[in-house]
Design a protein around this ligand. Structure first.
Ligand SMILES: [Zn+2]
Ligand SMILES: [Zn+2]
Length: 374
């Protein structure tokens, strides 16, 4: 009996939004970090960057510092830190997930689109016409998220959520790339290109200088490679990585200067059709303006409020249809009254704020908590 009431008590305990978040995203560090469900490829990216850079700093930098300049390891170190910060910022942040509609919102949309004929059910129309800069556009309805997707948004099949200004899902960074993390992704690609070229050039300089050192005769390049196997391995890794990284950075530079997303570029959303010109309404008209808007524009707030507290299981007396409840504020107690207050004191007749966690005490001051919606 005691166990049953304990269980019921647990189900009534409020939870953070990230603990019951729909979709396939994974949350870490109490909801502060959000990633996609599969992170194996992301770990490969991290290990490749850290491993290659570490070998460069251990086996090549001391020699280059002695023979050339102290600036070489310093610049390399700054570049490495910048790459890692941009990578982690892209991987751990909310890409711009659009909250799914709550029960009330979804039923309101379905009702407003349903036919008036009794007994006839018609699914909601899949499109909604809107106007941007005097041009007509269609918003698609997402049957999973129960919302009309904003322009440029798309539903990521890997994360199972709609993402604003969806670019693509990138397994290398373990996250979607969208409105909120695109600039970090782009800066990551550009800085990684510089790091790859920098390390490759450093290793080649090390091997070339090593050929002339210690003997009057020039060593062959092959023998220099044999005597520095680690440098040779770093050079090979950089040589094969640099093409794809620089190519990708170049492609995204074109997208940034045109204010396009990968998704739009692949689908040809703003391409001319049947002789009719279709201009991208989001472009500022100049490459510089587009770059400035994407790289230096305002940071967008996250919409999913992942650390907000929600109550998942209502007490019996609450109506099942209800999506929000008023949490009564506790009486203001003086010091003596606080001393005599026993814990926990959950009464079925009302939700007592004193039984919740410290964080909940702060958040419940808002009075109104939203249920099963984000
Ligand atoms: Zn969706
Ligand atoms: Zn995704």
């Amino acid at each position: 009996m005691a166990r049953m009431s304990e269980k019921k008590y647990e189900t009534m305990m409020p939870k953070r939004n990230y603990e019951i978040f729909p979709g396939r995203n994974k949350f870490y560090c109490k909801g502060h970090i959000i990633m996609s469900s599969s992170n194996c490829v992301f770990l490969v990216t991290v290990m490749l960057i850290i491993g290659t850079s570490t070998l460069f700093f251990i086996f090549d930098c001391p020699y280059l510092y002695k023979e050339l300049s102290i600036a070489i390891p310093i610049v390399g170190g700054w570049l490495f830190i910048f790459v890692m910060v941009m990578l982690l910022r892209t991987a751990f942040s909310d890409p711009g997930i659009i909250p799914r509609a709550g029960i009330d919102e979804a039923s309101y949309i379905e009702k407003s689109l349903a036919t008036n004929e009794p007994g006839v059910y018609r699914p909601p129309a899949r499109q909604l016409d809107i106007e941007i800069k005097g041009k007509q556009f269609k918003l698609k309805y997402c049957f999973t998220c129960k919302i009309f997707r904003p322009p440029r948004a798309s539903h990521c099949s890997m994360c199972d959520n709609c993402v604003e200004r969806f670019d693509h899902h990138c397994p290398w960074v373990g996250n979607c790339v969208g409105k909120r993390n695109y600039r970090y992704f782009y800066l990551f690609l550009v800085s990684l290109s510089f790091l790859c070229i920098y390390i490759f050039a450093g290793v080649v300089a090390h091997l070339v200088l090593f050929r002339t050192q210690g003997s009057n005769e020039l060593r062959s390049f092959v023998s220099a490679l044999r005597e520095n196997p680690t440098s040779a391995m770093v050079a090979v890794i950089c040589f094969f990585s640099v093409w794809s990284v620089v190519g990708l950075a170049g492609f995204h530079s074109y997208l940034v200067s045109s204010n396009l997303t990968t998704n739009e570029d692949i689908k040809g959303t703003w391409a001319a059709r049947r002789g009719e010109k279709c201009e991208n309404p989001y472009s500022t008209g100049s490459a510089f303006g587009n770059c400035f808007q994407i790289i230096c524009g305002p940071a967008y707030p996250s919409l999913i409020r992942r650390r907000e507290i929600v109550v998942t299981d209502l007490p019996d007396y609450c109506e099942a249809q209800s999506t929000a409840i008023d949490i009564p504020k506790p009486p203001i107690l003086n010091h003596e009254e606080r001393q005599t207050q026993s814990f926990p004191t959950m009464k079925k007749s009302h939700l007592n704020k004193e039984t919740y966690s410290d964080d909940f005490k702060d958040d419940s001051n808002l009075g109104l908590l939203k249920l099963s919606s984000v």
